[in-house]
Design a protein around this ligand. Structure first.
Ligand code: SAM
Length: 374
């Protein structure tokens, strides 16, 4: 397939970010390019249109609100207050009562059906709603022990609610895709940033500096690193790609919108619009991106809850080795608690078995791929 015509794409949108994206993906299928174009960082002239709601949600939402309104009323008539409050201690007894009146499995199935209509397609469902029975069947084991445990993960305004307005759907789905436990923000990995700064400071001028951030979340750490690179290596040909397995996160990072968290949204929007950053969908264990990267970063993911199976770690390292230039480096940082120590040690052991050179501590690792990886 012919590379896309940059001039045509330039005409489509006057944004350096999008032209940058075109260079990144010049050899891939046009559908991929259109996807990146619609998720490129917005500037004042070209904010991407939100692809929601994808279909008319009103009938389904009315049905959801009727059913859960009745159940809430029944709960309030049968159980003494307080019915819900931030910080409420959810004892086993209270959890049992919640489950009798407001079963979380059924509620999640209803929310999932709403998401399936509201979002462009099933691949956009927040990971936490995968296997939650949107197609009519109930999930075997829900990700929350009760509706109160589900509410505890939601921001004020959404927590404690069963019935929803149409305007609350996008914040709700974004909150489910970007839960507080991800903790995606800036300033979390100062040791790693100091090491990256050292590399950026000495980067040869007029040389490509292609960075890859795997598991980039809503993009705050990606944009932070991109800002350091742009500041310390101003002459380099910088290009940054953030990859996440949550499509809603890719949208939030690209559109710089966090409908569920205005404070963090402001932080996201404070980053310069001129940074050459693109966010795309991909999974750490099987992503494919054209071209090669000088530095790959993967923070808060490898060795943690979402990526620790030995086969997945081996696949992730293999993908990274293939994505990196010969002298490329992989930087891994995390703030996992000590319970993850065995998984982090196992990650290093798998990397060494596969020919990687590893330096650093379990919380801030620097890896160099085997020369034979490609
Ligand atoms: C704890 S957050 C870390 C975000 C960011 N890197 C940071 O440190 O601030 C983990 C991120 O990895 C994403 N994720 C989970 N499983 C993934 C996978 N298999 N491949 C790529 N990303 C994944 C999650 O959606 C989430 O954005």
């Amino acid at each position: 397939m012919r590379p896309p015509n940059t001039a045509v794409l330039q005409a489509y949108c006057h944004s350096v970010h999008i032209v940058h994206s075109v260079h990144i993906v010049h050899s891939v299928h046009i559908v991929h390019i259109v996807h990146i174009m619609t998720t490129a960082i917005p500037c004042s002239t070209c904010a991407p249109r939100a692809p929601f709601p994808a279909r008319d949600i009103s009938t389904l939402l009315a049905r959801h609100n009727r059913l859960w309104g009745e159940r809430w009323q029944c709960w309030c008539e049968s159980v003494q207050p307080p019915w819900w409050g931030r910080g409420l201690v959810i004892s086993p007894d209270l959890r049992g009562r919640y489950e009798s009146y407001l079963p979380v499995r059924e509620y999640l199935a209803s929310i999932t059906r709403l998401a399936e209509v509201f979002l462009p397609d099933a691949s956009w469902l927040p990971i936490v709603l995968h296997n939650t029975g949107g197609c009519g069947c109930l999930p075997a084991s829900p990700p929350y022990a009760s509706i109160a445990d589900y509410w505890a993960t939601l921001p004020d305004g959404l927590a404690g609610k069963l019935c929803l307005t149409a305007d609350e759907l996008l914040p709700l789905f974004c909150a489910l895709a970007d839960p507080p436990r991800y903790g995606t923000t800036t300033g979390r990995y100062p040791e790693q940033l100091a090491e990256l700064d050292e590399l950026f400071r000495h980067w040869p001028p007029h040389t490509p500096l292609h960075l890859l951030d795997i598991g980039s979340g809503v993009g705050l750490n990606t944009l932070e690193i991109a800002t350091h690179a742009a500041t310390l290596a101003p002459q380099a040909a910088l290009a940054v790609t953030g990859v996440s397995a949550e499509r809603l996160e890719v949208w939030m990072a690209s559109a710089r919108r966090l409908p569920h968290d205005p404070q963090r949204e402001k932080k996201l929007r404070d980053f310069s619009c001129d940074l050459p950053v693109a966010f795309v969908y991909g999974r750490a264990e099987d992503f494919f991106l054209p071209g090669r990267f000088d530095i790959a970063i993967c923070n808060g993911l490898a060795g943690g809850r979402f990526l620790h199976q030995p086969a997945h770690i081996a696949a992730f390292l293999d993908r990274c080795a293939k994505a990196l230039h010969t002298n490329g480096r992989l930087f891994l940082a995390n703030r996992f608690h000590d319970g993850h120590r065995d998984q982090l040690d196992a990650l290093v052991a798998i990397a060494r078995d596969n020919g990687w050179t590893c330096h650093g501590s379990p919380h801030t690792l620097r890896l160099q791929p085997p020369a034979t990886a490609r």
